[in-house]
Design a protein around this ligand. Structure first.
Ligand code: PRP
Length: 201
């Protein structure tokens, strides 16, 4: 279990409170996830569905560690609600390009926070007749969960309720490009008037 206190890793950027998950830790865990997925789907073909935008870096690394035949597709969604909190009602901005009927579908998310987005997404995709529907998420914040019965089939890291960015996760569209996951200093997100949701933005 990660802790909110202490400094991990060497950092130079002023806005970094501390590095929560290093590049090497991510690389190792993504490799393990890829191996588990490859084992579980042996003999099958996968359709990997990335949820834009936060998952794009994780998904790019994940698929390079999966050893079964696969194709990729993407959805872009927007949650109704205020700028920091999802309401659970998801508006599809970009739908999948290909049907998923009869396909083994793996949804790839960067973070599961309240779980409302993922629950809605699973509901939407399950109506389209996939052969199977599973989820791979890099991060989960169990303290924030509002949906209790949500299954994350493959999970990278459970994290505490810190304001995390990097490796695809943003605040106001910034910081996605950092190759590690870090806690943003409060001074840099005070204008959001809300703490605790790393992907707010
Ligand atoms: C994030 C994340 C999930 C969702 C999780 O997306 O990628 O889709 O929020 O939150 P929830 O569990 O509380 O529903 P965001 O809306 O920040 O968009 P982004 O992926 O473009 O950063």
């Amino acid at each position: 279990m990660w802790s909110c206190g202490g400094v991990r890793g060497e950092t130079v950027e002023d806005f970094i409170e501390r590095v929560l998950i290093t590049e090497e830790e991510i690389r190792q865990r993504v490799r393990e996830l890829g191996e588990a997925i490859s084992r579980d789907y042996a003999g099958k073909e996968l359709r990997v569905v990335g949820v834009l935008r936060g998952a794009f870096i994780f998904m790019a690394d994940l698929v390079r560690n999966i050893r079964v035949p696969l194709s990729v597709d993407f959805m872009s969604i927007s949650s109704y609600g205020d700028e920091c909190e999802t309401s659970g009602v998801v508006r599809i901005l970009k739908d999948l390009d290909k049907p998923i009927t009869g396909r083994h579908v793996l949804i790839v998310e960067d973070i599961v926070d309240t779980g409302l987005t993922l629950r809605h997404l699973k509901e939407v995709l399950s109506t389209r007749g996939p052969a199977s529907l599973k989820v791979c998420a890099l991060l989960s914040k169990p303290e924030r969960r509002l949906v209790q019965d949500l299954t994350i089939d493959y999970l990278g890291f459970e994290i505490p309720n810190c304001f995390v960015v990097g490796y695809g996760l943003d605040y106001a569209e910034r910081y996605r490009n950092y190759p590690f996951i870090f806690v943003l200093k409060p001074d840099y997100y005070h204008d959001a008037q809300r703490e605790g949701k790393g992907q707010c933005g």
